[in-house]
Design a protein around this ligand. Structure first.
Ligand code: A2P
Length: 264
């Protein structure tokens, strides 16, 4: 998909696709070159897209790689009639993609008050910002335990996260920090698996805490980050707030932060 020699908007750069991997019929990931001037905090999102009919078509995407990485990873759904993902899913190595110059977001460590246990609750492609944060050394410096939950409809949808978590222990930079501190908890809702059910139900029933062998949510020591579909965000946010957690932002760090998984 070589881009035309059209003048690019000032807010974007054009980056090369370094790798593409298809996980299921509906999920794929890709890696882009990272401009030297591109700075971001692990957990942030950025505008990303393609030139379509001479115009930039951009959507917000969470960056799935950590801030120290020299490439930029993204994890996306494929929506067959989605304006952008119907095109992005055909990316190949060497193609060019538009990348915004200003990453931003609230799903960052700075938006949380200090705590002991950090929960990262995700569904579907909402795992992307956490794929970044679980490789961020600062997360392990700030928290004694990190619990990453990922809930998907089917087992195959979990592969991206499961493979990443598996690979971290071998990582030369953060392997030693991750080993004792990161707990990965995956569940499915439409297929049999070791853990079954929506994250909201697993929290409400207490099963999540029993399975993890930890006390229930406690705003004195626990912090929570939430990323998934709009419906998941709304329900999970309400549930977490019912335990007495207050929402944080960059300007006012709190007990939990929320972001939506951006796609078509
Ligand atoms: P379910 O299969 O019961 O709908 P999606 O692909 O629709 O974004 O869903 C990803 C995962 O998030 C699925 O396991 C889905 O469960 C779950 N999910 C969808 N809506 C909610 C919600 N409101 N609260 C919690 N989990 C949800």
């Amino acid at each position: 998909m070589p881009s035309d020699s059209i003048v690019l908007p000032k807010s974007v750069t054009e980056e090369d696709v370094l790798a593409v991997r298809h996980w299921t019929d509906e999920l794929f990931s890709f890696r882009l070159t990272r401009p030297a001037a591109f700075r971001f905090r692990s957990g942030e999102f950025v505008m990303l897209g393609l030139m379509v009919d001479g115009k930039p078509l951009l959507r917000a995407y969470s960056i799935a790689s950590p801030s120290w990485d020299d490439g930029l990873d993204f994890f996306s759904i494929k929506v067959q009639d989605g304006p952008l993902t119907s095109r992005l899913q055909h990316l190949q190595t060497g193609d060019r993609v538009l990348l915004g110059k200003k990453p931003t977001g609230t799903l960052v460590l700075d938006a949380l008050k200090p705590g002991k246990r950090l929960y990262m609750l995700s569904t579907g492609t909402g795992i992307a910002p956490f794929a970044s944060l679980i490789r961020e050394p600062e997360a392990y410096e700030k928290f004694d335990q990190i619990v990453l939950t990922h809930t998907c409809r089917n087992v195959a949808d979990l592969a991206y996260g499961a493979e990443l978590v598996d690979s971290l222990v071998e990582d030369p930079l953060i392997g030693e920090m991750v080993g004792p501190k990161l707990t990965y908890y995956a569940s499915t809702t439409r297929e049999d698996f070791v853990h079954k059910g929506r994250i909201t139900d697993l929290i409400e029933s207490g099963k999540l805490f029993t399975d993890l062998d930890v006390p229930s949510f406690d705003p004195a020591v626990d912090r929570v980050m939430i990323c998934g579909s709009m419906a998941m965000l709304q329900d999970t946010k309400q549930l977490v707030a019912s335990f007495g957690f207050t929402e944080g932002s960059n300007a006012n760090p709190g007990d939990f932060v929320v972001e939506k998984a951006f796609a078509d």
